[in-house]
Each structure stands twice: as C-alpha cells, then as structure tokens.
Design a protein around this ligand. Structure first.
Ligand code: HEM
Length: 384
C-alpha cells in the first residue's frame, strides 16, 4: 500500500483534481472526479450546498434514504435520531463488554504465540459489539462481513451486481427483524429506531431499513480495519509496542496517527449540485466526485513529512478519516473506544508482535476501504 501514498503525493502535485471516466463507483455508476488535496477534500465533504451526499441513484435502493446519503434539511432529523445511542454515556456502558470480548477472543491464542489477527481478533470484536447493540445474533458474523465487503468492493464489481445482490440480502434480513421487533420490542437499537420520535416525526419504513443497514455496515468493516491497521503498524515499529504497553494513556494518540496514516476509509463520493470550479477544473452539475480522505491525511501542507509515523503530531484533530462537517462520523467515539480496549488488551498480554516471516500482505479490492485480507502474527506471551 505504500505505493498508494506515493500516488497520492504525485497526484497532489501534478493532477490535484482530475476526471477519470473509467472509475467504478461501488453502486455501479462509472466516471468520477478524483480530488486529492486536503483543502479540496475538506470542501467536498462539508460544502453540502455544492456537493450533495445523495449519490445513490436507484430510487428503490433503500440506501437512498440513508443518513450518510441525505442532504439538509432532512439530514438533521436522521442525525438527531441516531445521535443518542452513540452518546458518551451510552458508550461508557459498553466498556466492560468490549473488554470481555477482547479477552475471550485472545486467550485461546496465547499459548500458541501466533494467530491471524484479522480472522480471530480485529474482525470479531466490532461485529460482536454492533450485533449486541443492534440486537442481532453474533452467529451471523460471516454474513455481515460478506455484505459489508460486497457493498464496498467497487474494484471487483464491474456492473454493481454484487452490490445489488448484497443489498437485497441485507434488506430481507432486516425487514424480518424489524417485523419481529415491531411486534415485540426489545432493549436494542432496532427497537429504538422503530420507536424513536423527534418533534412528532418518526423514521419512514425505508429510513428505518436504511438506518439498520448503515449502522451494521458502517460500524463493522471500518473498525475492523482500524484495529488491524494498528497492529500492522505495531509490527513495523516494535519500539512503540513497549512504549504503549508502559504508557497506555498514549493509545488514543497512537490510534489517531494510525487513522491518519492508514485511513480505514480512503475515499467516498459526492455529486455536484451545480457547476463548480475546483483546483482549476470545471466540475459539471451531476458529475460524481471521489474524495480521497486517505490522500488528504498525507497532504504535506497540513501534515509535514506525512510518511513519517509520529504519535506526537500536534494537529491530529485535523485528520479527514471520519469526514468533515455535518456527516462527520457519528460512530467515531465508539470506533476509538473499541480500538483502545482491543489494542490495550493485546499489548497487556503479548510482546514482540511481528509479522510471520515471508508474509505477502494482501488487501481487499476496494478504493473505499484500506482493508487487509489477513494479518498473520507471531508474538511472545507476557509473563504475568
Ligand atoms: C474507524 C472506524 C470508522 C471510520 C473510519 C468511519 C468513517 C466515517 C466517515 C468518513 C464518515 C463520513 C461519511 C461522509 O461524509 O459521506 C462516517 C459517517 C458515519 N459513520 Fe462512521 N466510521 C467508523 C466507524 C463507525 C461506527 C463504529 C459507526 C456506528 C456504529 C459508524 C457510523 C456512521 C454513521 C451512521 C455515519 C453517517 C453520519 C452522517 O451522515 O451524519 N461509523 N464514518
């Protein structure tokens, strides 16, 4: 993936905004403007009057009613509905559960001193947490993973067929659950979304379905990759393993720098609502834009020496990894919490984490996610 960073630097210098007619968007459309510089990325993500988030074109696609695809004024309503289950106090209550699942998952591997971190640790933790929150069975983990991948594998999905098929499956899955919870509410997010009311307004059936899908998909793949990318970074920098074990209070800074360096979401889309000039180019009304947050995080005008991994950078709050403006990730505190607990537990139990020799790291085919297929590691169990 380092070649990706070189490509970003080159594009930032030579073609900071350019049209790629062959670029494949995950929902099947083709052709988009690539945007690489920090200020342009920030503008595209936050200037909703010019760059609409309503990119999903198929009218019967439930995701056209999803919060991340909704523009103002209606976005505000969806945001108010989703904000409260992700408040600081709601998250505080999740800490013991996240700690417990981290322990349960790691313990069986301590004796062996090796594991595929993606398969056995970074993947199940966020999926377990989201499954618990939503109130869906954790035993469906592989299904959730598979839907998440197919909804974002733009490079492997020429005509969007895999996207539409996954969308149908995940919709059927949730429609059944929504029916069950409507008849018999439980203490879970699906039941909350069914009942939630803001100023006398409730979610429409389509919005309800979209909300469930977005929480499942947005909350899984991203956090899986944040944890895996963090451990990959630790294998490259053994000195950080010792430092963070002794100074767990620096874990949030470390996680922030991983978010900058290897953003779990590298790029997302908008659609132009009017003709607009950006980076000396004329973007036409109706054109798609592919905004590279992964590149913005490596823009040397904002993050000097971007290829240097430094947990003590002073301006990490500027990172583009969770977006900018009204759509700023509502799950960011949860993602940070899960990663801090998962990494803290790993570092407390093992040392000398390294890649298994001769490992060729492979990534999933997507320009959206920075996503390792596997991460085989060796380590030493710490003496208690
Ligand atoms: C490291 C993990 C995560 C990353 C990198 C990430 C990234 C992002 C980004 C970049 C956006 C902005 C989308 C846009 O502007 O188009 C976003 C929005 C969103 N994220 Fe996350 N996310 C993560 C974890 C989560 C989690 C754990 C949840 C929930 C359980 C979540 C739920 C959402 C939702 C609902 C939105 C839409 C917010 C809105 O449109 O107002 N995310 N996320």
């Amino acid at each position: 993936m380092h070649h990706q960073f070189e490509w970003y630097r080159k594009m930032q210098k030579e073609r900071p905004v350019y049209y790629d007619p062959d670029f494949q968007l995950n929902f099947g459309a083709k052709g988009a403007w690539h945007v690489f510089r920090y200020n342009d990325v920030k503008r595209v993500m936050s200037d909703y009057k010019t760059f609409s988030a309503q990119v999903v074109p198929i009218s019967d696609n439930p995701l056209s009613a999803a919060i991340n695809n909704m523009d103002p004024p209606h976005h505000k309503f969806l945001r108010t509905v989703v904000a409260s289950p992700f408040s600081a106090s709601a998250l505080k209550r999740l800490e013991p559960m996240i700690q417990q699942i981290s322990e349960e998952l790691l313990t069986p591997h301590l004796e062996n001193e090796h594991m595929d971190l993606v398969k056995y640790y970074s993947t199940p933790i966020p999926i377990y947490v989201i499954a618990k929150l939503l109130g869906v069975p954790f035993s469906n983990m592989e299904k959730f993973q598979n839907w998440g991948k197919r909804l974002s594998s733009n490079l492997a999905d020429e005509d969007g067929k895999a996207y539409l098929a996954a969308l149908k499956e995940v919709s059927d899955y949730f429609l059944e659950l929504i029916e069950e919870r409507t008849a018999q509410p439980k203490d879970d997010l699906i039941s909350y979304f069914i009942q939630a009311e803001v100023d006398g307004q409730k979610l429409t059936p389509k919005e309800l379905l979209a909300m469930c899908i977005v929480i499942l998909v947005a909350g899984n793949e991203t956090t899986v990759n944040l944890i895996a990318n963090s451990v990959l970074t630790l294998t490259e920098r053994p000195e950080l393993q010792e430092h963070l074990q002794q100074h767990p209070e620096d874990l949030p800074k470390f996680i922030n720098e991983v978010l900058r360096y290897r953003a779990p979401i590298q790029s997302l889309n908008r659609i132009a609502l009017k003709d607009v000039e950006l980076g000396g180019q004329l973007i036409k009304k109706g054109d798609y834009i592919n905004s590279w947050m992964g590149a913005a995080n490596h823009d040397e005008t904002v993050f000097p020496n971007p290829e240097v991994f430094d947990i003590h950078r002073k301006n990490l709050h500027l990172i583009s990894s969770f977006g900018h403006g009204i759509h700023f990730c509502v799950g960011a505190p949860l993602a940070r919490l899960e990663s801090r607990i998962a990494l803290g537990h790993l570092l407390a139990k093992v040392e000398q984490i390294r890649l298994q020799p001769d490992t060729q790291l492979e990534f999933h085919a997507s320009t959206i996610h920075y996503s390792l297929k596997g991460l085989p590691i060796l380590f030493k169990r710490r003496s208690a």
